[in-house]
Design a protein around this ligand. Structure first.
Ligand code: COI
Length: 358
């Protein structure tokens, strides 16, 4: 007997769903979703529902004050019968930290996994069986109580939606250094996976796209001198054969893929430096060839090469290697995530068998 309810409409939704060949990222919506409510600190029973519109009051704090945190994670099912997750407990812990930063009631670990297992289990037939493809899982938590008073909600809704996906990046990325807007300052909510951080990034992303670039690169809020991250991705540079990545500065989101690459690279014998990286120093090193390669990583992006860094004045800096170390790390990471290689870190875990009747 499952600890959650299954809507009688779920079976028909699953039956009617077919997976298109082209998945993109977030373009195809899995036919089910999970939902649970919390009132006055007490979580109710969860429910597996067909994917579809939800009811929300216009005065809900999520709409008025952006009380919303989320996670991004994947279920893999490559050449295997049953899907597995990757570092899912780290996602849960970060989700709880994000909720606490926004003064929201965190989702308990058992409910978080019940929801993931229910959605990934029900979606098992649609999880792509091809390397680099997966089922992207998007847990989120929002403040559902209505009101304008500036205090946290006492009512929350936790949901998990999902998408069969390919990689977020469809080729080497062209990165525009953002010298005006800032994503997050130390003491703010940058370290939380809060939707507000992504909203703050959109103007620069749109401006970068209008200039022909894929994504904006954020600098620190105080001096606009040190590299932070790429909104949804962390950055690595290869300098003299060693990896360098911005140290977590109290505003950067601590990427789980970032941490996995640091551990994996060290395991493969590469030196990794977590330090402050000044943007002008990095651009000069790309220019001189001292920095051979730059790449980004994230759950959605996996490990994505960067082909160009462009400064505000339009000058472009092109690393001499595109997808060298990045390709090696991507393959090593995917092999663990997809369970094609041994997992010396204990990072993967099976989705729990689906016990409810659909
Ligand atoms: C993820 O990698 O899960 C992210 O949150 C990136 C997202 C902005 C697409």
């Amino acid at each position: 007997m499952a600890g959650f309810d299954v809507s009688p409409r779920v079976a028909a939704a699953i039956k009617a769903f077919t997976v298109p060949e082209r998945l993109g990222f977030g373009a195809v919506w899995a036919p089910v979703m999970f939902s649970a409510h919390c009132r006055e600190g007490r979580w109710g029973r969860g429910e597996l529902l067909p994917y579809g519109p939800i009811e929300i009051l216009p005065g809900a704090r999520v709409l008025q004050y952006g009380e919303l945190v989320f996670e991004g994670m994947k279920a893999y099912c490559v050449g295997r019968e049953w899907p597995n997750l990757f570092r899912a407990r780290d996602n849960w812990q970060r989700f709880a930290r994000s909720a606490e930063r926004l003064s929201m009631t965190p989702v308990p670990e058992d409910l978080f996994f019940e929801a993931l297992d229910a959605v990934a289990g029900a979606c098992r037939p649609f999880i792509p069986n091809a390397t680099g493809r997966s089922l992207y899982l998007r847990p989120f938590l929002y403040g559902a109580e209505t009101g304008y008073m500036l205090r946290n909600s006492t009512e929350f809704r936790f949901m998990v939606i999902a998408n069969p996906v390919e990689s977020y990046a469809s080729g080497p990325m062209r990165v525009a250094v953002e010298r005006s807007d800032v994503r997050a300052a130390v003491g703010g909510v940058g370290t939380a996976k809060a939707s507000a951080n992504y909203a703050a990034s959109l103007r620069a992303s749109s401006a970068a796209a209008a200039r022909g670039y894929t994504v904006a690169l954020w600098l620190d809020a105080r001096e606009q001198r040190y590299i932070q991250e790429l909104s949804g991705m962390n950055l690595f540079a290869v300098i003299g054969g060693e990896l360098h990545t911005p140290e977590l500065d109290g505003a950067i989101l601590a990427g789980i893929t970032r941490d996995s690459l640091i551990q994996l690279a060290r395991h493969l014998g590469l030196k990794v430096h977590e330090r402050r990286i000044a943007i002008d120093e990095l651009l000069a090193q790309v220019s001189s060839g001292a920095c051979e390669e730059v790449f980004a990583c994230g759950t959605a992006a996996i490990v994505s090469p960067i082909s160009v860094l462009a400064d505000r004045d339009g000058r472009e800096y092109t690393p001499k290697t595109i997808d060298g170390v990045a390709a090696r790390l991507r393959e090593a990471l995917l092999a663990i995530q997809e369970r094609r290689a041994a997992d010396p870190f204990g990072w993967t875990r099976d989705v729990a068998p689906f016990t409810a009747t659909i």
